[in-house]
Design a protein around this ligand. Structure first.
Ligand code: AOF
Ligand code: ZN
Length: 355
């Protein structure tokens, strides 16, 4: 591996230590190298706290070495005053003359300005080392800032004969395609995303809580489509325990506590309206948990990034057909009785994805 790649790779490893605590900020890692030796390391630990470069520079014991050192960082050093001062200024102030960057920062307040600042100050800057890996590290952050929409994960379970539900029979007992292991995995997935969406029918039929109970971590913001406000206030989605956005066409009700109403025109582009609401509330990623109509809206508009599909070995013979989509299959989740088999390596990916 080439020398720059080796150190940017180390930045990526360090960045991953911040997984789950940096939102809405990205994961960023940084190392300071002098004479082919790492003399400082750091990563961004939490939004509001020091950025990766600050931690890396602070960890260098002999600051005199900095003027002959190279700083590596997986994301362009920032140029703005946010919750913390600009990292590019700090690098310049310490007389570091060489900067190697994984990828530019798509955040509008930075977006190349950090690089420009460094170059204007006479630093030698190299950009784009392991760029793809650095973008993948923050695919939610990148999708949000470059496409102005959340990173979208579609999730459903289907039978061996490709149905997501049996024919609707009133008072029928729910039939489970999946088992308790997949249930737990879904809760882990919820804890990894900032928003979760269901359509009206799913909300009415399952009365879901959409919270993280079988895993640890944060609850995502709940979004529910309820064009005609059919879901009664007795339902779990109205329990006020988690921030919940009810997307409706009815004249917007006054929200209270954690419950917010957003009014949209359902006859217009629904996916666009949903993603705009996500952008407004800074929801960087969204897991769509059904039902078929809602999932299909995302599929038809090509607005999705990953699909995670559980396939059970039950057969319904007739019922509601599973959505169909074209993508690259990287991972399959298969339910075999009491077993959950996960075929390694990723999910069904949208081929149109730009990363
Ligand atoms: C860096 N190094 O480690 C991170 C950066 O509010 P602030 O001050 O924390 O700024 C947040 C923005 O800074 C965030 O949106 C992203 O553009 C950048 N994150 N930049 O130089 C870091 N985490
Ligand atoms: Zn910074």
């Amino acid at each position: 591996m080439k020398i720059h790649e080796k150190y940017i790779n180390r930045c990526i490893q360090l960045a991953q230590n911040g997984l789950g605590t940096t939102y809405p900020n990205p994961l960023v890692g940084s190392v300071v190298v002098h004479n082919n030796m790492i003399i400082g390391e750091g990563w961004h630990q939490q939004a509001g706290k020091a950025h990766a470069e600050v931690n890396a520079i602070n960890s260098v014991k002999n600051k005199d070495l900095l003027k002959d050192a190279t700083i590596y960082v997986s994301l362009e050093p920032c140029s703005h005053y946010g919750k913390t001062p600009p990292c590019s200024d700090l690098i310049i102030a310490h007389g570091i003359k060489k900067v190697v960057i994984g990828s530019i920062d798509p955040f509008a307040k930075v977006a190349g300005r950090g690089i420009k600042k460094l170059m204007d100050a006479g630093c030698e800057v190299r950009v784009g080392v392991l760029e793809k890996q650095c973008r993948e590290l923050n695919e939610r952050f990148f999708t949000f800032h470059t496409e102005m929409r959340p990173y979208i994960i579609l999730k459903w379970a289907q039978t061996g004969d490709n149905f997501i539900a049996p024919i609707n029979q009133p008072n029928a007992r729910p039939v489970w395609i999946t088992n308790r292991f997949s249930g737990q995995l879904v809760h882990k997935w919820r804890s990894e995303e900032s928003g979760i969406l269901v359509g009206t029918n799913t909300a009415l039929k399952d009365n879901p809580s959409l919270t993280v109970r079988k895993w640890t971590g944060n609850h995502p913001v709940r979004l529910v489509l309820d064009r005609e406000l059919k879901i009664s206030k007795e339902f779990s989605l109205y329990d006020n325990t988690v921030k919940t956005i009810i997307i409706t066409e009815k004249k917007t009700e006054e929200g209270s506590g954690n419950t917010i109403f957003e009014q949209i025109d359902f006859s217009q582009d629904l996916v666009k309206a949903i993603t705009e609401i996500c952008y407004k509330y800074e929801i960087q990623s969204l897991i769509v948990e059904g039902g078929r109509y809602t999932l299909q809206q995302f599929i038809d508009s090509g607005t999705w990034d990953e699909a995670r599909i559980f396939t059970g070995n039950k057969r319904f013979e007739k019922g509601i057909p599973a959505p169909e989509l074209i993508g690259t299959l990287n991972k399959q989740y298969s339910i075999q009785g009491d077993m959950l088999e996960i075929f390694e390596n990723s999910h069904l990916l949208n081929n149109k994805k730009k990363l």
